[in-house]
Design a protein around this ligand. Structure first.
Ligand code: DLL
Length: 432
């Protein structure tokens, strides 16, 4: 069984990494130019030919690709190999507009699963582990990606998919799951159930690999304590393969990006200007090893920071911070930028669970922001006076963080519907 800690790649010198990226980028640009008329036209519009791209230094000359391009080219317009070479598709969970469909050759699936295997190993996984996969299987990439990675590491793989909490807990206790892979909101829900059913002593979990949605450090703390595990972040998006584009190591201070497969840039979301390391901005990826669906300078809309500070794990690949929200999920309320992650941080800090919904509306031409949040069984009260005073405390904590007033509505435990996949945090009635 291969050892998916690949030190020759994961701890390669910056010079070696750059050499790989230069060589692969040049090849990829030629591949796209030769096979994707949509992209060739975009390059021609900028007066570019492949000869203009000699390495990473020239990346900034290339045009960006956005989700709108993917929708426009739907379904086959960005495919870079004959359809007969493709073995799989996955698709985004987007509910509006045309879906985005991503294609994979067998080579693409193999490389993607390698990336997921690296993530499992970085979370301490070995062939002795029982890897419990509660990400959804199907069009969503979470289930299949982590499943493939788990096989490569040689773990005993439990393909539970999402939902059916009774069955999740039965397998978890009977088979002794040691690594849990699911969204952080579902992990928090499973933890809540484990606690209520008094199953804490019967579970053998040691690690969780959670991603696909934003989650705060406070939520990590809460899940780690509730399940007695180390909780690792994992990042990815359908367009660039799925989970495993970046993953956390034992240091838990950001996610190493698999730079032998992806070149990451941070840009100013308004001007498109490339920003220096350490700046906060929109993450842009170029996939340099994918055959079927190779995206050049794809704008993720995720806002984060990149860091090349040396990591105690020895990995040299650049780290991305937790995404601080999406530039297109960012709410603008009364002209102020509001990220759900800021609200979540306040709630957890004040001792509330991560079960909340943010409701934005427009009343008399003015924006309103309301946060509905569940009380915990411990701080639950039906005394109006007590609830009002708890709400007041939250209103001022939120005001200190956001700079604007948010109405707070405390509700009884378990009032807000739980999610088995990505949690629905925002209801923007202005868009309805
Ligand atoms: O969510 C892939 C994935 C599956 C990642 C399982 C991790 C684990 P999409 O459904 O295409 O793909 O959604 C991609 O989800 O642009 C981010 O906005 C968000 N996202 C993914 N991982 C994280 C994370 C999968 N760790 C979009 N933290 C991305 C915050 C995340 N947001």
């Amino acid at each position: 069984m291969a050892n998916y800690y690949q030190p020759e790649i994961e701890t390669a010198s910056p010079q070696q990494l750059l050499a790989w990226q230069n060589e692969r980028l040049v090849k990829q640009v030629q591949h796209v130019w030769d096979n994707v008329p949509y992209y060739r036209k975009k390059m021609e519009e900028k007066g570019l030919t492949p000869a203009d791209i000699q390495g990473v230094e020239d990346l900034k000359k290339l045009p960006f690709l956005s989700k709108d391009d993917l929708r426009e080219a739907y379904p086959y317009g960005l495919l870079a190999v004959p359809q007969s070479e493709c073995v799989r598709i996955h698709s985004t969970s987007g509910t509006t507009g045309k879906r985005v469909v991503a294609f994979y050759t067998q080579h693409d699936v193999d490389l993607w699963e390698d990336c997921c295997a690296r993530a499992i190993v970085a979370a301490g996984g070995t062939k002795e582990d029982v890897c419990h996969i509660a990400y959804g299987y199907g069009l969503f990439t979470g289930g299949s990606g982590m499943h493939g990675g788990s096989h490569k590491v040689g773990c005993l793989t439990l393909p539970l998919s999402s939902g059916n909490t009774d069955r999740q807990l039965q397998f978890m206790t009977d088979l002794g799951s040691t690594i849990l892979c699911c969204t952080p909101s579902y992990a928090a829900y499973l933890a809540e159930n484990i606690h209520e059913r008094g199953l804490r002593d019967q579970i053998k979990l040691k690690a969780g690999i959670f991603g696909a949605e934003a989650w705060s450090e406070e939520m990590r703390e809460e899940i780690q304590n509730a399940l007695g595990i180390k909780a690792y972040d994992i990042y990815g998006l359908t367009e660039t393969s799925g989970p495993g584009v970046a993953y956390e190591c034992q240091e838990q201070t950001g996610m190493h990006i698999n730079e032998d497969h992806f070149i990451a840039e941070i840009i100013d979301p308004n001007t498109g200007e490339v920003l220096p390391e350490g700046s906060k901005g929109e993450l842009v990826f170029t996939s340099i090893t994918k055959q079927a669906f190779p995206l050049l300078r794809y704008r993720t809309r995720d806002i984060c920071v990149l860091s090349r500070k040396p990591c105690s794990c020895g990995r040299t690949h650049v780290k991305m911070s937790k995404p601080m929200g999406r530039s297109d999920d960012m709410l603008i309320v009364k002209g102020v930028n509001v990220f759900p992650s800021q609200i979540e941080a306040v709630l957890l800090e004040e001792g509330y669970p991560a079960n909340y919904q943010i409701i934005v509306d427009r009343v008399n031409h003015s924006d309103t922001l309301e946060v509905m949040v569940e009380m915990t069984p411990e701080n639950f009260s039906d005394s109006l006076a007590k609830i009002t005073s708890m709400e007041k405390a939250l209103v001022s904590a939120l005001k200190a963080m956001l700079g604007i007033y948010a109405k707070v509505r405390l509700v009884a435990p378990k009032t807000i519907a739980r999610s088995e996949g990505k949690a629905v945090r925002i209801i923007d009635k202005r868009k309805i």
